[in-house]
Design a protein around this ligand. Structure first.
Ligand SMILES: O=C(O)c1cc(=O)[nH]c(=O)n1[C@@H]1O[C@H](COP(=O)(O)O)[C@@H](O)[C@H]1O
Length: 299
């Protein structure tokens, strides 16, 4: 299913608008068991639903983006997905951009079905952008990328992730083909950048906007170790970056510019546990404090 024939506003354009109106902070919605306990909620689908809807209510009007972690709903089976659908419906109604963190990856018609589930208008699991894993090749994701573009949706491909176990794979060197000699992470980033540039060239927008295909670059990393040069980033349809790893994992918002350089203007600063652990009575204050910190760094 795709959006109607009316001109579809791209995800990149919607992201730019949200950055301008609400800033670059994204609040994660990760109902860990221990967080549900701290929020005096049951460790059930109903508890995760109450948690998610409360976080959406606190985020609305304060930030522009939320990022529900699908796994923490999936652990309750179908009841968990019903709960997630209700959280997503609240977030959409609140006008928040929703990044579904599902890290889906498959090939052919399988990954196409994932795209239908998450990136189709009217789907009960509809989100504005979805995290994807390109372990089977960026090209294996052509159908989600095509469907996303048709529906004004975005995707974020894992490139250099924030976890320490990833480096030896993501820094491995591509053996042949157009990205021979690049790290795996750099190869994903470059291919995404080329796709954004092509989409940008074909669109009527001025070539300085944000593309709709993003990457995940963790805030805990030295991106140079992945062969990623953040100082020389071309302006045409810059690749947006989903940046988890701030807060609980040790990433410091004050380092936003030094970590991401030319990408900084398109970075979604993602925090989950460090905000959510403020609890139900202080989460609004915690969000406002983080928004101010990001705003101060971005100037
Ligand atoms: O795709 C993600 O959001 C993601 C990518 C990554 O490299 N590292 C990472 O922590 N995440 C997600 O970000 C959330 C953790 O955020 P914190 O609780 O702020 O550390 C979890 O839902 C992770 O799955």
């Amino acid at each position: 299913m795709t959006a109607g024939s009316a001109a579809v506003v791209s995800f990149g354009e919607r992201l730019e608008r949200v950055f301008a109106s609400r800033g670059q902070l994204c609040v994660g919605i990760d109902p860990h068991s221990w967080l549900l306990r701290e929020w005096n909620l049951p460790d059930t689908a109903a508890g995760a639903e109450s948690f998610g809807r409360a976080v959406v209510a606190a985020a609305a009007g304060r930030v522009g983006l939320v990022k529900p972690q699908v796994a923490f709903y999936e652990r309750f089976g179908s009841a968990g997905f019903v709960a997630l659908e209700r959280v997503l419906a609240d977030a959409r109604a609140a006008g928040l951009l929703v990044i579904g963190d599902a890290k889906r990856g498959d090939l052919g018609t399988s990954v196409e079905a994932y795209a239908q589930a998450w990136l189709s208008p009217g789907s009960p699991l509809e989100v504005d952008a979805l995290t994807l894993a390109a372990y089977m090749g960026v090209g294996s994701l052509d159908s989600p990328l095509t469907l996303a573009a048709a529906n004004g949706k975005g995707v974020f491909l894992l490139a250099a992730t924030s976890n320490p176990e990833a480096a030896h794979i993501q820094q491995a060197i591509v053996a042949d083909g157009p990205q021979a000699g690049s790290s795996v992470a750099r190869a994903v980033l470059d291919e995404v950048g080329q796709r954004n540039a092509r989409a940008g060239a074909a669109s009527a927008r001025v070539p300085t906007g944000l593309g709709s295909i993003g990457v995940v670059l963790g805030a805990t990393l030295d991106l140079a170790a992945f062969g990623i040069d953040v100082q020389h980033v071309s302006g045409e349809f810059r690749t947006p970056v989903l940046a988890p790893g701030f807060g609980h994992q040790g990433g410091n918002i004050m380092d936003l510019i030094s970590i991401y350089g030319g990408y900084a203007g398109g970075v979604i600063v993602s925090e989950s546990r460090s905000v959510l652990s403020a609890g139900p009575h202080r989460i609004e204050e915690a969000i406002e404090r983080r928004v101010a910190e990001v705003g101060a760094v971005r100037g």
